[in-house]
Design a protein around this ligand. Structure first.
Ligand code: ADP
Ligand code: MG
Length: 353
């Protein structure tokens, strides 16, 4: 099932618009992550797709057919929320079968069939044998898998997951992430997965949509959004970044007060811009006398596994530059707090207006 979201607008009384003319296409069978900061509209978008929220404008199409006016039931979506709201007084099997048991009599499978289906789904989410337990007798990760089995029980064509692992600890999250990717590959549901965790989005999804202030900033595969960010927002949101206000002249960027360019090969119009570089793309250049680069003073020097983090003060720049120097670069040992250092930007981004 392909999902097309067309120019959706949604506001809540007395608030800035939650969705601001948002458009997005999720391909059939795709696992797409919606990644964005808290309050950017991710949950609202999922609820609009599910039919739980009526948009002020715009359309939702399922396989090309307008589904904007279909009821939640007729959209046939499976939904999992951040806080696994299982029914506490029901067993695992009853929870999983709930969606089927709650159907009108004409479409309700027999009790035996519901039990069989619950067993099958519990095997799929690798919880065989726990049919008779109650939610309180399960771990957080197990509960979340029950919630997923429950969402799958109604044979949805679309699976919507709103930060489903958000409440779990880091190790369990990581395991469940791999497991979900695996499950997706076996079942092939079109899946939209909300997260505010960059690593989770990059590791899990076929494509990532980066959401900011109720709009899509960029859609792309994980390498695309990480390596070719479309905006300064995307660049900054995908990882630590250094921003330098520069003057671009003839394809080179000059930092105020530095006689030499800090970066070459810049393809934007002459004038003031910001260049952005990741901490690992600011490298030591101790012997480089003629090339591009920045001189400054090393301030904090901190050792982390496999690398050394340095904060560097640069004249003309009010924020410290962050460097991540791999320990394989033996020069790191000569970097001392209070001493001058010379660095080069090996890779940087400039975003047009
Ligand atoms: P996210 O899931 O990305 O954190 P949400 O979709 O929950 O963002 O919220 C987007 C914006 O809409 C926020 O500013 C939020 O406060 C507002 N909002 C969401 N739901 C409601 C609601 N039921 N009533 C009022 N404001 C809401
Ligand atoms: Mg949310």
């Amino acid at each position: 099932m392909e999902i097309q979201v067309h120019d959706i607008r949604k506001g809540f009384d007395g608030h800035a618009a939650a969705l601001n003319g948002l458009s997005l296409t999720v391909a059939s069978g795709e696992l797409m992550a919606l990644l964005g900061p808290s309050g950017s509209g991710k949950t609202t978008l999922l609820r609009v797709i599910a039919g739980l929220e009526v948009p002020d404008g715009g359309r939702i199409l399922f396989d090309g057919a307008d589904a904007s006016h279909r009821s939640v039931q007729d959209r046939n979506v499976g939904f999992v929320f951040q806080h696994y709201a299982l029914f506490r007084h029901m067993t695992v099997a009853q929870n999983v079968g709930f969606g089927l048991s709650a159907r009108p009599r004409s479409r309700r499978p027999s009790r035996r069939e519901i039990r069989r289906r619950a067993e099958e789904l519990l095997a799929l989410v690798q919880l065989q044998g726990l049919e008779h337990r109650y939610p309180a007798q399960l771990s957080g990760g197990q509960r979340q898998r029950v919630a997923l089995a429950r969402a799958l029980a109604v044979e949805p064509t679309v699976l919507l997951l709103d930060e489903p692992f958000g409440a779990l600890d880091a190790k369990v999250r990581k395991d469940l992430r791999r497991w979900l990717r695996d499950l997706h590959d076996r079942t092939g549901h079109t899946t939209v997965f909300v997260t505010h965790d960059q690593e989770e989005a990059l590791e899990l999804s076929d494509r990532v949509a980066i959401i900011n202030a109720g709009r899509v900033e960029q859609v792309g595969s994980p390498p695309e959004v990480y390596l070719r960010p479309a905006s300064a927002f995307v660049f900054g949101f995908m990882g630590a970044s250094n921003g330098l206000p520069v003057e671009v002249r003839g394809g080179a960027a000059f930092l105020n007060g530095c006689p030499r360019p800090v970066a070459d090969g810049i393809r934007v119009a002459d004038g003031p811009h910001m260049v952005y570089a990741r901490p690992h793309d600011v490298v030591l250049a101790p012997d480089d006398e003629t090339g591009t680069g920045l001189r400054g003073i090393a301030e904090a020097v901190r050792v982390a596994p496999g690398l050394v983090r340095v904060d560097m003060a640069v004249p003309g720049l009010d924020k410290r530059l962050e460097l991540d120097i791999p320990m394989s670069d033996a020069h790191w040992m000569s970097v001392r707090p209070g001493q001058p250092i010379h660095v080069r930007l090996t890779h940087c981004h400039v975003f047009g207006p």
